[in-house]
Design a protein around this ligand. Structure first.
Ligand code: GLN
Length: 491
């Protein structure tokens, strides 16, 4: 039976002739079939995947060297364009829409011979933390099917968690890669804003959105980042900075400087077990010769409100294109004037949470309230940005900047299905630890290091300086290495 550990191992198996791409695809199709009830996939591209696998097996037989992602089975969140494949952002408003082009990230995966196996369920337009806001229904957490997988990239997380693909792509606007990774016990990486092109990623909040990676190992996440990152003529917000060979830079014996915010660990909303485990892990790091220090942080109460004001504002503008005229769902009503046509299309096409956010965003941008909400939230974002810059680049205490900031990913473990769906404020507040990285544009990773007494996994989150994914991956490999006892037996 095929067992996946890492891309490197998989390639070794292919080269030894122990397995073929075709057998691998068949294995994954079987797994997907037998876990259909988890509802992770929206569509499975079975025939195409089989065809591609056969081509790759031929290519190998002819002696071609393996491309970086030869035969690697990847799932895509349903917000990432793949030419000639359906794409809906899990929304009724894009039902039956087919992509006319592929996202730059997808093009780059395909150029390295990856096999895209299907598209994955998510919260509608990536708005949510539980995957409950999907036109296709809930996704179940494979570790405990009464629990949500997190969101918005819930399908992407479960697909990796349950072994339905090797790695998957998600999008992270305020935690949508890291939080579901946390709830499902896998790794979730959100790169620096501008590291991976957003061309072909359905926009939620354009100044926050970033494609992210869900994986089982740091080396797999590093390899995918290396393949997808870098300049793109189709997205002017992507950095032209050279892309380091992330996948060959992982081992390190360096001693690092870690900052943390006491406020995040003493917060009334955090599960004490999570706070305790993170404190213990920090003590262990100190024992190993790293520096771990608390840095004053007075902005914690403002990050969630700032995030929800700014992202809903951007969303209200981004989502105005779904009007039933150019593409997607259109109301069946006849004899309506144009205004009613828009109203009826959008009322029926969008789900409840998306409508809530469009209204909230329209409100905070309206002339009378703009300064009170939008401008203020922008100021909070700037303060946070400056604070984070100071921690990494400046003189916070007597020495130069820190290498990393440590914090939890989520204040609690996976919610039960339905637990928070009628309390949007409670749901929003649980984003407290993930939105910071998006507000500041810095890279962050969620590492599944712990197991709660309730049996569920939870993670340590590490944030690094802008474009310092090299160090972020190095320290992640260190934290995930068997040298440090891991309390999560799943990996
Ligand atoms: N939970 C957050 C929200 O609902 C995160 C969304 C995301 O990162 N796409 O906005």
């Amino acid at each position: 039976m095929f067992a996946f550990t890492s891309i490197e191992q998989f390639h070794a198996q292919l080269l030894e002739g122990n397995v073929s791409c075709l057998q691998t695809v068949e294995h994954y199709l079987q797994q997907i079939h037998s876990t259909k009830h988890l509802n992770a996939f929206i569509e499975v591209y079975a025939e195409e995947a089989i065809e591609k696998a056969k081509q790759l097996d031929e290519k190998r037989k002819k002696g071609s060297p393996l491309s970086k992602l030869h035969g690697v089975i990847i799932g895509l969140k349903d917000v990432i364009c793949y030419k000639d494949h359906r794409l809906s952002a899990s929304s009724k408003i894009l039902k039956n829409f087919t992509s006319l082009y592929s996202a730059t990230a997808v093009e780059r995966l395909l150029a390295e011979d990856a096999i895209i196996i299907g598209n994955l369920n998510c919260d509608e337009f990536a708005m949510g933390s539980t995957n409950e806001n999907s036109a296709y229904g809930n996704v179940l957490n494979a570790l405990d099917e009464s629990r949500v997988p997190g969101g918005s990239s819930g399908g992407s997380a479960v697909a990796v968690q349950a072994g339905l693909c090797m790695v998957s792509l998600g999008s992270d606007t305020g935690g949508s890669v890291r939080q579901p990774a946390d709830f499902c016990g896998i790794i979730g990486l959100k790169p620096t804003y501008g590291r991976i092109s957003r061309y072909g990623l359905i926009a939620y909040a354009s100044s926050f959105d970033q494609i992210g990676i869900l994986a089982n190992t740091i080396s797999d996440a590093a390899l995918l980042l290396e393949v997808m990152a870098g300049a793109d003529d189709y997205d002017s917000t992507v950095s032209k900075k050279e892309v380091p060979a992330y996948s060959s830079q992982i081992p390190t014996g360096k001693k690092f400087r870690f900052a943390y915010f006491q406020e995040t660990l003493d917060h009334p909303g955090i599960d004490p077990e999570i706070s305790h485990a993170i404190k213990k892990r920090m003590a262990l790091l100190r024992d190993e010769g790293h520096e771990v220090k608390s840095v004053p942080f007075e902005l914690l109460d403002y990050v969630v409100p700032a995030y929800y004001v700014l992202t809903t504002a951007e969303a209200s503008s981004n989502l105005s294109r779904y009007d039933g005229v150019k593409f997607g769902y259109r109301t069946k009503a006849s004899e309506v004037d144009l205004t009613d046509f828009y109203k009826q299309t959008r009322s029926a096409g969008f789900g409840k949470e998306v409508k809530r956010r469009i209204m909230l965003g329209t409100f905070v941008l309206s002339a009378g309230y703009y300064d009170a909400y939008f401008t203020r939230a922008q100021k909070v974002r700037k303060l946070l940005f400056d604070k984070i810059q100071l921690i990494f680049n400046g003189q916070v205490d007597s020495q130069n900047g820190y290498d990393f900031i440590l914090l939890p990913t989520s204040p609690v473990t996976a919610f039960t299905i339905g637990e928070k769906i009628n309390d949007p404020i409670a749901m929003y507040l649980a984003d407290i630890y993930t939105v910071m990285a998006n507000l500041a544009g810095i890279p962050a990773i969620s590492l599944p290091l712990f197991k709660h007494s309730n049996g569920l996994p939870f993670s340590l989150q590490v944030m690094a300086n802008r474009f310092d994914e090299v160090s972020l991956l190095q320290v992640s490999a260190l934290l995930m290495s068997p040298g440090i006892p891991r309390e999560n037996p799943m990996h």
